[in-house]
Design a protein around this ligand. Sequence first.
Ligand code: ATP
Ligand code: MG
Length: 441
Amino acid sequence: MKLSNYFLPVLKESPSEAEIVSHKLMLRSGMISQSSSGIYSWLPLGLKVLKKIENIVRDEQNKAGVNEILMPTIQPADLWKESGRYEDYGKEMLRINDRQEREMLYGPTNEEQITDIFRRNVKSYKELPMLLYHIQWKFRDELRPRFGVMRGREFLMKDAYSFDIDAASSEDTYNRFFICYLKTFARLGLKAIPMAADTGPIGGDLSHEFIIISNTGESDIYFDNNILNEGNKISDISYDDDLNPIVEKFKSYYSASDEKHDKAKFDEIVHKEKQMNSKGIEVGHIFHFGTKYSNSMKANVLDSDGKEKTVHMGSYGIGISRLVGAIIESSHDESGIIWPDAVSPFTLGVINLKPKDDEASSIANKVYNQIDDKSEVLFDDKNDNAGVKFSRMDLIGLPHQIIIGSKAVSDGLVEYKNRKSGETEFINLDKLGKFLEEMNV
Ligand code: ATP
Ligand code: MG
């Protein structure tokens, strides 16, 4: 992509309405544009990151054997009356009447909708366990939308749902998602800590939040520092392994968000110097709630004896749009964002420092054209001065940069810069192809 064709409305000044660094940087780097309170448009740079995160989340769901579907944003109120949550959900739910005066709502979550799909389509224990997910916009009329996309009113969530024949099998499924979440967050370059949590309005008896440490987080968390160095190599775990001991190992470390925190227990089982208390951002939440919805909504299957059995369920959310902000919170410096490679909007930035010089421009064009996948390169071919170019490239956080200046013309050398370490090195133009290949671009 050539910057001269790209819609990248960067701002010089920090917008005054933004309280935290990720919100400031997302506005400054032209990733999002506010529509109304807690509701945003995603501009090209922001959308690219959102899609990269979405695709990693999707890939990990697929690897865990979860089926992708797509449910609507608008749901009939009748389903929520069946489960009893229509009144309970209160003012956070956006309620709508259609032209026939039928009560509808913009979905804040999809337990009812999925249970309805399940009961219409699945009749036998032979089809269980059944795991389904979708990635869809949600609406919650939050009391205090703030921090940009971190607490929006409209936000993108991956929500998965599981159906099992009994509690034991349902807990195995819960463990599968537990591991899937650890794999997903590791791939996103994040260290997410699983924490015992309250189940809130979703209900149920077993629940974990996945929280990343950040001083701008809204959750208070207490944990044993050893959990950060847990030895299991997450990416190596196979779903064919016995997951129970691995999950139990994680659960054996003390970790809890404030509602579940038990100070006496914390003091008893964790050495003082390993006791950590900080703020954190919730990026995922998993629930095991047994028959709460299947009971009220009559989601039954026939078991092997031909008897009707109520299925056991769980639900599993990841805040995809919140993750965009959360990743910036954990990866930035005073110059701007530093994207982890896996979610960077472009793998590589190419800067032509001398756009008015024909020779330099011809070299820069050649470098750009030797890269096959143009969607992974942002080529700054604009007529701005060097200072503007450097600070813009650093602000938008591309992890790898190639800078083409006067040395390219005089000595056939271009400069590589690593955004995170700030280290630079000169590379001979003849060797650039190989260098880029090693970097996977
Ligand atoms: P919170 O306590 O932050 O309000 P929640 O417990 O209400 O979260 P869930 O219902 O578990 O959230 O939703 C699953 C995930 O969706 C959360 O872990 C979070 O990452 C994301 N999420 C929830 N509410 C919002 C929001 N208002 N804006 C952006 N993401 C959100
Ligand atoms: Mg909430």
